[in-house]
Design a binder for this molecule. Structure first.
Ligand SMILES: Nc1ncnc2c1ncn2[C@@H]1O[C@H](COP(=O)(O)OP(=O)(O)O)[C@@H](O)[C@H]1O
Ligand SMILES: [Mg+2]
Length: 244
């Protein structure tokens, strides 16, 4: 995907969540990982990229097109994307199946039959067919995230935005969710994710961006960034998070 971000800023009061962030990526990048310390601006940048928030200044171009500014334009733009957050993604009062079917019908205007067929197809792909009728509370955290992931990509989003999709999970469940994300990467899905899973970022992302204080500190191929970081900030961060 081609991404061109110029001087992007989003402030909350005195907090400069994203602060003059610029980035240019060409078509060869299919999976982009955002890493860096907590509070560095990863979630804010993902919300800006997905059109969930509008910047105070600066521009974002995806595939050469600037993100819309009007409410109507943004609503249409958001529909083309898929989102998954750290936790609390599912409607607690709906079954796993209904969690996937409802947005397809209500947001995307599909018929119920088509939505059910599609829900069954994606859930099977993620190894979750046995759990379709269950309520979220009857599922493990990892199973809930897999259903949420199925929901976020069921409408075949142009771009899938994942904000620390595994950070609320136990190690075993992390692995089962990352397996599914990896499968999506291999199937060609365009993904931008923030993550603290350095091994995953390194193996699956075409490009890794290190963000701190709302700014781009370093970016590059995972292989290069993880093995020979150029800045002390990145070196020290990696030294801490990869120590154990
Ligand atoms: N809705 C908000 N209101 C006020 N401050 C916010 C909001 N969202 C994020 N922030 C602040 O912006 C900074 C960047 O946050 P965030 O984008 O969540 O970083 P990260 O995802 O890297 O942890 C933090 O200081 C955070 O407290
Ligand atoms: Mg965050």
């Amino acid at each position: 995907m081609s991404i061109e971000i110029q001087h992007l800023s989003r402030h909350y009061g005195a907090t400069r969540a994203v602060d003059g962030f610029s980035l240019q990526l060409d078509d060869s990048v299919q999976v982009l990982a955002l890493i860096g310390p907590s509070g560095g601006g990863k979630s804010t940048l993902l919300r800006l990229l997905g059109g969930l928030e509008v910047p105070d200044s600066g521009t974002i171009r995806l595939d050469g097109k600037e993100l819309p500014h009007s409410e109507d334009g943004l609503r249409e733009f958001r529909k083309r994307n898929g989102f998954l957050f750290q936790s609390f993604n599912l409607f607690p009062h709906l079954s796993a199946l209904e969690n996937i079917v409802l947005p397809l019908v209500e947001v995307h205007g599909w018929t119920r039959d088509r939505a059910r067929d599609r829900a069954q197809e994606v859930v099977e792909r993620f190894g979750m067919s046995a759990h379709l009728g269950k309520m979220p509370a009857e599922l493990s955290g990892g199973q809930q995230q897999r259903i949420a992931l199925a929901r976020s990509m069921a409408h075949e989003p142009a771009l899938l935005l994942l904000d620390e999709p595994t950070s609320a999970l136990d190690p075993e469940m992390k692995a089962e969710v990352l397996d599914v994300v990896e499968e999506l990467c291999q199937a060609g899905q365009r993904i931008i994710l923030s993550t603290h899973e350095m091994g995953f970022a390194r193996s699956c992302a075409d490009e890794v961006v290190f963000l701190a204080r709302g700014q781009l500190v370093e970016s590059g191929k995972g292989e290069t960034l993880f093995t020979s970081p150029k800045t002390e900030v990145v070196r020290s961060f990696l030294g801490k998070v990869m120590k154990w």
